[in-house]
Design a protein around this ligand. Structure first.
Ligand code: GLU
Length: 491
């Protein structure tokens, strides 16, 4: 059977570095084996999925150069590749499971499920569905439930997990893994709006798209026994499973945007070359052989072997990434280097956006570059500008807390990173914190630009972009929160 692998991102946010990491391993394995690399968009969560996020993911994957053989915009024989366009397929498959008694209709209301959760919490029991409708279907017969559904009664479809025994699957990197069935909840497969959940859509699509190897992150291990039960219920052969180790922050926690930028857009904006990023991700949990750290994508494909994956959580270390990027930059010819600079921030397109903000602030052209410096640089020198961060009468710690909180607040406008949205969000936030806008705006200005005087704050923030602003505000917050607390004067 020809090797077919896939990545299946959910378009619910920024293009994540973890997506590129998993894509890289899928890509290398597929190309090493002469197989196909498929991109499938898992947009079944209708409230969180957005077309902007999907576009950003496609763009970022193209930027790193992991181009898919089949997918939403290139098509292919197994399409459509967007789950929101495959609703009928999932409903048909849910029906098959209902007919076979491997799934049942559940009419329990949100209210009942809420009470159940509360009761379980009080009784210190693990949360989970108590199987009331499963019992009912057994007693009254599934036909009665089907009639209720046909009469328009709101319901979901749940997987009838085996109540006894264990489910076992073999992970290529970990060997056999065994799960007690009794501990696995009866998963919802089809929601009341007729949309599938991840589990159903993922299994149905992997089967129909003839995926031979599911290579994904470790965090999905606990979903796999549910998938194995589904494959069995359909009478299908399950693909091979490979769960890659999670990327970690320096403190070994799962990589998170609090501690590391996680959006691929950040790395592109920081001037990390796409080939460096791939090389760096290739070092995460995988070894080329010997102590070789620098290799190209074709070299990684050639040498690819899962036997070289180690499971000790790889640490995503920005310093190391910058070091590696330096090696790549040094290899470029002067012309190639210049071309990279131009493609990065010295394009006419980018400079054209800076000019209106800065032109009236300089008297001579030789003041332009210094005035634009914070738009063209990375992290700011907080030791130098840090004192200006804290408004008069406020404490460093308080200011740090406020800056950290506004970073979270800005999450709500990430899809709409505009002057108007930034201003409205910041004003509302100041009011909610009982800070004067003047105080907040100064702290923001210094944190984002490193200066007490800058072009208009929100215009600057819009142009800096959400990744850069997030990073700078976060670093400023961390800097302030790490300041020694002032001691009360001794009596
Ligand atoms: N949609 C899942 C995600 O967002 C896919 C996980 C899988 O590969 O099965 O990562």
């Amino acid at each position: 059977m020809p090797v077919r692998v896939r990545i299946a991102p959910s378009p619910t946010g920024d293009p994540h570095v973890g997506t590129a990491y998993i894509a890289l391993f899928n890509y290398c394995f597929a190309k090493h084996e002469g197989g196909s690399f498929v991109l499938r968009i898992e947009d079944t969560d209708r409230t969180r999925s957005t077309p902007e996020s999907e576009q950003a993911i496609l763009r970022a994957l193209r930027w790193v150069g992991l181009v898919w053989d089949e997918g939403p915009d290139v098509g292919g024989p197994f399409g459509p590749y967007r789950q929101s366009e495959r609703g009928e397929i999932y409903r048909r498959h849910a029906d098959v499971l209902l007919e076979r008694g491997r799934a049942y209709r559940c009419f329990c209301t949100a209210e009942r499920l809420g009470e159940l959760r509360e009761d379980q919490k009080l009784a210190k029991l693990p949360p989970g569905y108590d199987g009331r409708c499963r019992k009912l279907a057994a007693e009254e017969g599934a036909a009665r439930a089907a009639a209720r559904a046909a009469a328009g009664e709101v319901h979901v479809v749940r997987l009838a997990m085996p109540r006894e025994g264990t489910t076992v699957f073999t992970d290529r990197l970990r060997g056999p893994l065994e799960f007690e069935n009794a501990k696995i909840d009866d998963q919802v497969l089809l929601k009341s709006d007729g949309f599938p959940t991840y589990h159903l859509a993922n299994v149905v699509d992997d089967h129909l798209m003839e995926i031979t190897h599911v290579i994904r992150a470790e965090e999905w291990i606990s979903s796999t026994p549910k998938h194995v039960v589904l494959y069995d219920a359909f009478g299908w052969q399950a693909p091979e499973f490979v769960h890659m180790p999670l990327l970690r922050n320096a403190d070994r926690s799962k990589i998170s945007k609090r501690k590391n930028p996680v959006s691929l857009d950040y790395y592109e904006g920081a001037g990390i070359l796409s080939e460096t990023l791939l090389n760096f991700l290739g070092l995460m949990g995988w070894s080329f052989g010997g102590d070789r750290e620098k290799f190209t994508l074709p070299e990684m494909i050639e040498a690819f072997d899962f036997a070289r994956v180690s499971l000790g959580g790889p640490v995503f270390d920005l310093e190391k990434l910058s070091w590696l990027n330096g090696l790549y930059l040094r290899e470029l010819s002067d012309d190639a280097f210049l071309a990279r600079l131009r493609a990065w921030r010295l394009s006419d397109e980018h400079l054209r956006r800076l000019v209106p903000l800065l032109r009236d602030r300089v008297r001579r052209l030789d003041e332009f570059i210094p005035s634009a410096e914070f738009f063209l640089s990375g992290d700011l020198d907080l030791a130098r500008c840090g004192v200006d961060l804290v408004p008069k009468g406020r404490a460093a710690k308080e200011t740090g807390t406020v800056l950290a909180a506004i970073v979270d607040e800005y999450e709500t406008i990430r899809g709409n990173w505009t002057v108007a949205a930034l201003e409205a969000c910041s004003r509302a936030f100041a009011e909610q914190q009982a800070w004067k806008t003047k105080e907040l705006f100064m702290a923001l200005r210094v944190a984002a630009t490193g200066r007490t005087m800058s072009p208009p704050l929100f215009e600057s923030m819009e142009l800096l972009g959400k990744e850069q602003v997030r990073r700078r505000l976060r670093l400023a917050a961390d800097f302030l929160l790490a300041q020694p607390q002032p001691q009360p004067p001794k009596a």
